[in-house]
Each structure stands twice: as structure tokens, then as C-alpha cells.
Ligand binder design. Structure first.
Ligand code: 4AD
Ligand code: MG
Length: 430
């Protein structure tokens, strides 16, 4: 007899199959019981009738508690009213392990309690749905890059220098030397792009953020791409194509999950290409028109980003930020060196910046000058500077934060739910 996943039950209507999982909930009487089983792929209502399976077997059900692990066998029936659309008429079951009294019941719990029990919280339907969407999004990125001839090239996690400023570095002892956890793979990605042309990487990155917001994690996953012979506009083109691809993929593959999450899918469906592109200076005008007292040269805060993206109701690229507020490696605009050829993508519905990217400085002298202006140690960047000595070319790239993208596409309030075990300010357990 086949052991199947709940999400695949549609292929087995009328057949007897086994589902292995955990008891999520139960109700019933002395004659008939309804067990709601979960197996990670979905929920299934299993109907057990005393008369059918016999008194002794039925009596065993008295011992089963929430989260008891068990294998249930039965005939699959269509049942439009049940979650998932199917139901199982049970012919037998095997109890694997009776669970002790489960801390997370079906009543409401506070978020502090749930966070302390994150290892169990992830078993609830909402969390499972978010994590499945996350998985789908990660696959979609990889597929997109594969289809577009990008080579996967992984940068190191332990690094000798800062990429995104020195204020958010996690320091590690590297056999007596100072090392830092990577804030971004970008600098290494530039080297990899000079070797392989178009590359991407996808891995954990670290920021010792001092702020506690619903958008910041200390450890998050970034998808980064770097392309040789690529300018700012070409860089934006590939980003919007990629983001659009991922939205379509989630709409096509994660319908059930989005339903569980109560996501307003119409908002995602209405997104079309191309995304609006405005300069930082135009964005400042939008803020002022909205009544904000904002001076040119300031960085946007979360409320500013929300005003700008609400103005369009679409993902919007903001390009040509003031050179002063951006990283050392960004190429100044030759027509106006006060601004750089960088662009951020702001997600709609107040989800803020999901991509940071731009064209890199390809000139040797200017790069050295910028490293010094940022008070960064030249020695640690010698290898990076080398890239401008040996066949330097115009090149660009970007980094997209996976968790912020998951939060947006799932339509959820807080980034802590977008990764199995979030690392938050002063919170590292479990
Ligand atoms: O804008 P950022 O800092 O850009 C870079 O790191 C570039 N070196 C990337 C590149 O060009 N290769 O970060 C990129 C994205 C942000 O837009 C945001 O989505 C996410 O990473 N991000 C965070 N996500 C969660 N928690 C944090 N603390 C984050 N910091 C950045
Ligand atoms: Mg940024």
C-alpha cells in the first residue's frame, strides 16, 4: 500500500493509502472520531467509525493527544467541505509516539510565548504555509538564474573586511585574527563575475543591527547577482524580470498557502511589468507633496518608503541616491557625481526596500579614493582593488533580502515569521 503526502491525495481517490504524520486536532463521540492529521504538506480529516474498525482498536484512540505521531491508513474520498478537499475513511492506524501535553494549544497565544517555543510554533498551519512559500520562492530564484545562464558562485561567510559599513559587523575570533561574518557576498561576487561573467549567490548574511523593527533580522538570506559588462539600467531590467517571475511562481504554486494566510492575491495579480523607475530627487518631491518635511540628502526611513510605494501601488525602483549616503563601491553618475548609479526596489503595501543594488566603481583611482574617504583599511581591500587593475569592466549587481520578500508575498506583518529560526535583537533562543 502506498504511503502518500496529504497534498497528493487527489491522485488516490477511491484507493486505500497510508498517511504518516502528527495529530493536529480531534473531535468526536464514543462511536465516531474525526482526527485532523498533519504531515507537513497539508491537513487531512480522518474519519474513524467504531463499528468499522472494532471496539478494541477504537478504544486505543482514547490515548492519542495533540501532536501524537501516527500512521493512518484508509480510503481516500472527495469531500469539498474538508480542508484540501479530501477525507480519509480509516481502516487502521499505528501510534508511533504518544505526545506529552502540548504547550501550544488551539487557543490564542502571545507572540513572546510562541517565539520561546519557535521549535514547536513552526508546526502550526500558518507557519507551515509561510515556510512552504519561502521554499518555493528560493527555488524560483535558483531556477530563474539557471534559465538566464548565471553561474552559482558562493562567497565566503568569514571575511577580513566590511562590505556594508563598519557599524553592523559581527566580529569573530579567527585563530587569533579578527574576522567578520559576511554582511553581503558582493565584493567576492564581483571577483567571481570577472571570472564567470554572470553569477549569483544565495546564502546567509549577517548584520549586527541595533534596531528592533519588523523588517530587520541579525541573520538573513540574501540572493545576490553580479554581472560583468552590465550598466545600471540593464541591472534594473533583470531585477524586475526576476521579481515578476517569482510573483507568478508563488501565485501559481502556492494558492493553498496564500489562502491559509489570508493573502489578498488580487494585489499580487495586478502587478505588471515594467515597474516604475524614479530618481531619488523625484522621490523627495513625492514626499514633500505628501506633506513630509524632508531635506535632499537624507536617507529614507520606513514611513518614507511607504509613502513612495503607495504613490504607485506597485514595486518601484528608486535610483540615483546621494553619493554621501551610499556604500563606498557605488559608481557616481558621470553626469552628476552628487548621486550614484544605484537603485533600490521598494515593495508595495509598505514592505519597504527589498533590493539594494547598482553599478560598481570600475576606475582604479576612484575606488582607492572612496575606500580611504570611508576610512576603510586599504590593505584588506587589495585583492578587491586588483579587479580594477586586471581587465576592469563596467559591472553591476544587486542583493535581494529573502525574508522581506517572503513577508511581502505572504502579506504578513513581521519578518520574524519568515524564517524557521529568526535571530532578533537580544533574542537567540531557540
Ligand atoms: O541594501 P543592502 O545592504 O545591499 C547590499 O548588501 C549589497 N551589497 C547587495 C548587492 O548589491 N549585492 O541589502 C540588500 C537587501 C536589502 O534590500 C534588504 O532586502 C535585505 O538585503 N536586508 C535585510 N533583511 C533583513 N534584515 C536585515 N537586517 C537586512 N538588511 C538588509
Ligand atoms: Mg540597502
Amino acid at each position: 500500500m502506498a504511503t502518500v503526502l496529504i497534498k497528493n491525495l487527489g491522485k488516490y481517490v477511491g484507493e486505500e493509502v497510508t498517511v504518516q504524520g502528527w495529530l493536529y486536532n480531534q473531535r468526536g463521540s464514543g462511536k465516531i472520531k474525526f482526527l485532523i492529521m498533519r504531515d507537513g504538506s497539508g491537513l487531512l480529516q480522518c474519519v474513524i467509525v467504531k463499528q468499522d474498525i472494532g471496539e478494541d482498536v477504537f478504544a486505543k484512540l482514547k490515548t492519542v493527544t495533540q501532536e501524537t505521531s501516527m500512521k493512518v491508513t484508509g480510503i481516500v474520498n472527495e469531500e469539498p467541505r474538508a480542508t484540501g478537499g479530501y477525507e480519509m475513511q480509516v481502516t487502521g492506524f499505528e501510534i508511533v509516539s504518544i505526545a506529552e501535553e502540548y504547550p501550544i494549544t488551539h487557543k490564542e497565544h502571545g507572540v513572546d510565548f510562541l517565539s520561546e517555543h519557535r521549535h514547536l510554533w513552526i508546526r502550526t498551519p500558518r507557519q507551515m504555509a509561510i515556510l512552504r512559500v519561502r521554499s518555493e520562492i528560493a527555488h524560483a530564484f535558483r531556477e530563474f538564474f539557471y534559465q538566464h545562464d548565471f553561474v552559482l558562485a558562493d562567497p565566503p561567510i568569514l571575511t577580513p573586511a566590511a562590505c556594508e559599513g563598519t557599524s553592523t559587523l559581527f566580529e569573530v575570533d579567527y585563530h587569533g585574527e579578527k574576522a567578520f561574518l559576511s554582511q553581503s557576498g558582493q565584493l567576492y561576487s564581483e571577483a567571481n563575475a570577472m571570472a564567470l561573467g554572470k553569477i549569483y549567490c544565495f546564502g546567509p548574511t549577517f548584520r549586527a543591527e541595533k534596531s528592533k523593527t519588523r523588517r530587520h533580522l541579525m541573520e538573513f538570506w540574501m540572493v545576490e547577482a553580479e554581472m560583468a559588462y552590465c550598466d545600471m539600467d540593464e541591472n534594473i531590467n533583470i531585477q524586475e524580470e526576476m521579481v515578476y517571475y517569482v510573483i507568478q511562481r508563488v501565485l501559481n504554486k502556492c494558492g493553498n498557502e496564500l489562502k491559509i494566510l489570508g493573502r489578498d492575491v488580487e494585489k499580487l495579480k495586478s502587478i505588471q511589468l515594467p515597474f516604475p523607475r524614479i530618481s531619488y530627487t523625484e522621490a523627495v518631491e513625492i514626499l514633500r507633496e505628501a506633506g513630509e518635511d524632508f531635506s535632499w540628502g537624507e536617507d529614507f526611513g520606513a514611513p518614507h518608503e511607504t509613502i513612495i510605494s503607495n504613490h504607485f501601488g506597485l514595486p518601484v525602483f528608486v535610483h540615483r541616491y546621494p553619493t554621501e549616503i551610499k556604500a563606498f563601491y557605488m559608481k557616481p553618475d558621470p553626469n552628476d557625481p552628487k548621486v550614484v548609479l544605484g537603485a533600490d526596489l521598494l515593495a508595495p503595501e509598505g514592505y519597504g526596500e527589498i533590493i539594494g543594488g547598482g553599478q560598481r566603481i570600475d576606475d582604479l583611482a576612484l575606488l582607492k579614493q572612496r575606500i580611504q574617504e570611508h576610512n576603510l583599511p586599504l590593505e584588506a581591500f587589495e585583492w578587491y582593488i586588483d579587479l580594477r587593475k586586471y581587465g576592469s569592466v563596467p559591472h553591476s549587481g544587486f542583493g535581494l533580502g529573502l525574508e522581506r520578500t517572503v513577508a511581502w508575498l505572504c502579506g504578513i506583518e513581521h519578518i520574524r515569521e519568515t524564517i524557521p529560526f529568526p535571530r532578533m535583537l537580544h533574542k537567540m533562543y531557540p
